[in-house]
Design a protein around this ligand. Structure first.
Ligand code: BMA
Length: 827
């Protein structure tokens, strides 16, 4: 019999198990509640109209009780029993403390959201109708009880997420709501087979000369009815290999070579050819029993961390090329991650590509991302670094947690190893830093805290199951427990003191080898803010806005971060505009400084690309998928070819950074001008930058020395239009003119085109198209035009009848209109 799989998506209902709670009366009355699988309790209750949307206003608090209860999912299915067949329940994700019964008999109990399971149904399965039930006990209660029993361990947050294998951020984070839910969050179904089936399949992909190689490690599961030998046939790229396996064997290996294999390259460095690989298991008579298919990509990947004159680098090497990383951190795209389907991933990952991002780090407080996520990254050429799921806390290394950690690590390393986009496994987020610097040691009193996972257990799992993948113990981590994890000269570091305690210009005091986290907050787009918060009046500190700001003193940091640079906001509109601009500026200053230190610094990973709900956060794309000004700043500062002006000693240098695979040579003109456009000094040069290199040019004194810092700037422009700007004064001190523009509007099929001609200098012009139509998108933001310059901005998703609105405040804004009112500066 050929193995079959039948998904169980239909007929599910949800029931509250502990019904003795007043808050749940409505829910009890509505039972049984129709349920969606895959899904979650919260989203089922929401769909049934039994709870308000937790993403709106203060509703998060109203639905808090849901996570404190036990819930049961049930369905029935018909089954016809076949002699000799093995029938298994296949669970790709159960969140989290589950008991599974079939026709009243317990099949299994589980306690790990991050694992896949297969349970034989055996004698519990009957001919005809079968009743399947999955009961979830409260994960909150479970984790609290475990903490109580084992004793609390250091944790940056109050919730006990370090005592349960469940998505940590669902207990609340400094950008996320508390949504401790339950449910069958990934597919569930029934597999039937006889004789034998494929167990784990581990494709180790290699490249040797121009030949691609795959070594398949295969686990075989046989039933007692299996009598003959088995054959395994692998096919890829037109090549086929077959081996015969004795029926007593539980594993096998096959190797296959693909001559003239085309290499898979990260985005921007080449194509992403994917080869369909197939593995077929047959019985002695040649009848197919089971089949596995995946798309593989031929490429090599390693980390270069060999000590050098400066310390020790952290360089991602793909196909023997040291790839400069322009990255962003990725969090679950929804606090209920089962809602993130392929279409949404394509949009979000497309936005990453649009911002010139070439690597995403899947952060350790979330999930091991889905197969769809990795499929899309394979196609787009986005490199992915996957954290093991440990974040911001000490974790016990003893059982019961330990066995779960081993099982989940083995399972996910195997599940994801076919994906060429996966370039790195990382042990944890900030836990080694926590041990060094967050006062953990005195509270631990000799207890375990996770180091054994990061230094021994996890690397052993990776090298045993997937020896082709590099592993690194933590982010940040220096490479040694003798050197502090955030040491500038060694390995990975996070830069958080700048956002928390300093001004963003302090990024320039940091000289790392690789920055895997740094970031600056800003509010979500206006459309997202006003769809999710209905405060009247709506203010930076009105209750709903504050509830959707989870960071410690977040608004205080926003205000203190703004003060040195921009005028004080006059109202909510200014606050929203200026804090968004400041977020974009801050991150650009960081990125361009770090990129200017290439090759010493080989990568930046901005905190964070996306959000999981509508919130003020470090994200570039907000919780409803809309682009904040930061996204446009990332696109500029992460451009393959970047010109940037950087302070060097007492002077200024022009730095050209070239992440492209070809050298970059072209003339560059650098001018000091006044704000009216009069050229005061000029300097011409050629920019010559090798591929993957950077070149630095010290600018002459007459260019870098202003007559009047409030009225002058430097403009560096290459022949092809790559540009860098430098202002000598902060915006709040600039003598910016009241902006004057002429705007003409042309209808397009799906929006309008604005041709904007600047009569004066116009600084950081933004078209907040979402204020006109919630899904409208402007092609550019943060555009600075010199007097006389013209820029075309297209806006898609707006009705041409609304075009007029796009040409005035608060949709069209630039810094001049905050700094001046009728020509007068306000601060
Ligand atoms: C680091 C991250 C996250 C956090 C972010 C912003 O600590 O790893 O835990 O959300 O900074 O504070």
């Amino acid at each position: 019999m050929q193995a079959t799989y039948r998904p169980l998506t239909d007929g599910w209902s949800l029931r509250l198990v502990d019904t003795d709670v007043p808050a749940a009366a409505e829910v009890v009355a509505a039972q049984p509640i129709p349920a969606t699988v895959p899904g979650s309790v919260h989203t089922d209750l929401l769909a049934a109209g039994l709870i308000p949307d937790p993403y709106l206003d203060l509703n998060e608090l109203v639905v808090d009780w849901v996570g404190r209860r036990s819930w049961a999912y049930s369905t029935t299915f018909d089954w016809h029993l076949t002699e000799g067949a093995v029938v298994e329940l296949v669970c790709d994700g159960l969140d989290t403390i589950a008991t599974i019964t079939l026709n009243g008999r317990t099949i299994a109990t589980t306690a790990n959201m991050h694992r896949r399971y297969r349970f034989p149904l055996g004698a519990a399965l009957v001919e005809g109708t079968n009743a399947l039930e999955v009961t979830f006990a409260s994960a909150w209660d479970f984790a609290e009880a475990a903490r109580e029993e084992q004793g609390a361990l250091p944790n940056a947050y109050p919730a006990p997420f370090n005592f349960i294998r469940k998505m940590a951020c669902s207990f609340g984070w400094d950008w996320g709501p508390t949504t401790v839910t339950s449910g069958i969050w990934r597919p569930i179904g029934i597999a039937e087979w006889s004789g034998a089936r494929l167990g784990g399949v581990r494709p180790e992909v290699g490249v040797s000369g121009d030949t691609g190689t795959v070594r398949f490690g295969v686990d075989l599961v046989s039933s007692p009815s299996n009598e003959g030998d088995l054959t395994l046939t692998a096919t890829i790229g037109g090549q086929t290999t077959t081996v015969t396996v004795d029926r007593s064997e539980s594993s096998a290996a096959l190797e296959i070579a693909v001559p003239q294999a085309r290499l898979w390259w990260p985005l921007g460095l080449g194509d992403q050819p994917l080869y369909e690989a197939q593995l077929v298991l047959s019985d002695g008579d040649g009848r197919e029993l089971d089949r596995w298919t995946r798309r593989l990509g031929f490429r090599t990947v390693s980390l270069d961390v060999a000590p050098d004159a400066d310390g020790s680098p952290f360089t991602v090497v793909v196909n023997n090329v040291a790839v400069p990383v322009r990255g962003a951190n990725w969090i679950p795209d929804d606090a209920f991650p089962h809602r993130v389907d392929r279409a949404r991933l394509e949009r979000r990952l497309g936005q990453a590509v649009g911002a010139n991002i070439n690597l995403l780090r899947v952060w350790g407080g979330g999930v091991y991302e889905s197969d769809e996520f990795y499929d899309v990254c394979d196609e787009l050429g986005i490199m992915v670094w996957q954290d093991f799921l440990f974040a911001c806390a000490a974790y016990p290394e003893e059982n019961p947690l330990r066995d779960e950690v081993v099982a989940e690590a083995e399972d996910n390393v195997e599940r994801l190893m076919s994906h060429p986009s996966l370039v790195l496994w990382n042990g944890n987020n900030e836990n080694i830093w926590g041990w060094f610097d967050w006062d953990w040691q005195q509270h631990l009193r000799g207890r375990t805290w996770g180091l054994g996972y990061y230094l021994d257990l996890l690397p052993a799992v990776v090298s045993r199951i997937d020896p082709t993948r590099p592993y690194w113990p933590g982010s940040p981590y220096s490479g040694s427990m003798d050197i502090a994890p955030n040491a500038d000269d060694h390995g990975l570091r996070h830069v958080w003191d700048v956002w928390n305690e300093k001004d963003y210009t302090a990024y320039r005091d940091v000289h790392p080898r690789f920055v895997s986290e740094f970031g600056w907050q800003g509010p979500p787009t206006w459309a997202t803010l006003t769809e999710s918060v209905h405060d009247d009046p709506l203010l930076p500190d009105s209750p709903g806005v504050l509830h959707h700001q989870k960071a410690n003193d977040g608004n205080g940091k926003l205000a203190r971060g703004l003060a040195p640079h921009l005028p004080e906001p006059r109202d909510m509109q200014d606050w929203h505009f200026l804090t968004q601009v400041n977020q974009a500026r801050a991150v650009s200053v960081g990125i361009e400084h770090f990129r200017s230190e290439r090759p010493r610094c080989m990568g930046t990973i901005v905190w964070q690309l996306n959000d999981c709900w509508p919130v003020t956060s470090w994200a570039a794309v907000d919780g409803y998928g809309r682009l904040k000004p930061l996204w446009y700043a990332l696109r500029s500062s992460y451009a393959t070819r970047l010109l940037t002006i950087q302070p060097r000693g007492d002077g200024l240098s022009l730095v050209a950074v070239n992440d492209g695979g070809e050298s970059w040579r072209e003339p560059v003109v650098v001018r000091r001008m006044d704000l009216d456009g009069t050229v005061l000094a000029e300097f011409g040069s050629r920019s010559v930058v090798d591929r993957f290199g950077s070149a630095e040019l010290s600018l002459p004194a007459d260019v870098v020395t202003p007559g009047d810092p409030a009225r002058e700037l430097i403009v560096a422009t290459s022949t092809t239009g790559v540009r860098a700007l430098w202002f000598f004064a902060e915006d709040k001190d600039l003598a910016l003119p009241a902006p004057r523009t002429e705007i003409s509007v042309r209808r397009l099929d799906d929006g309008v085109e604005l041709t904007i001609r600047a009569a004066t200098l116009v600084k950081d012009l933004c078209v907040f198209a979402d204020r006109v139509a919630p899904d409208a998108v402007a092609s550019d933001m943060l555009v600075t035009l010199l007097p006389g310059e013209t820029r075309i901005i297209t806006v898609t998703g707006v009705d041409a009848a609304d075009a007029e609105l796009l040409t005035r405040s608060p949709v069209l804004r630039s810094l001049g209109d905050v700094l001046t009112a009728e020509g007068t500066r306000l601060s």
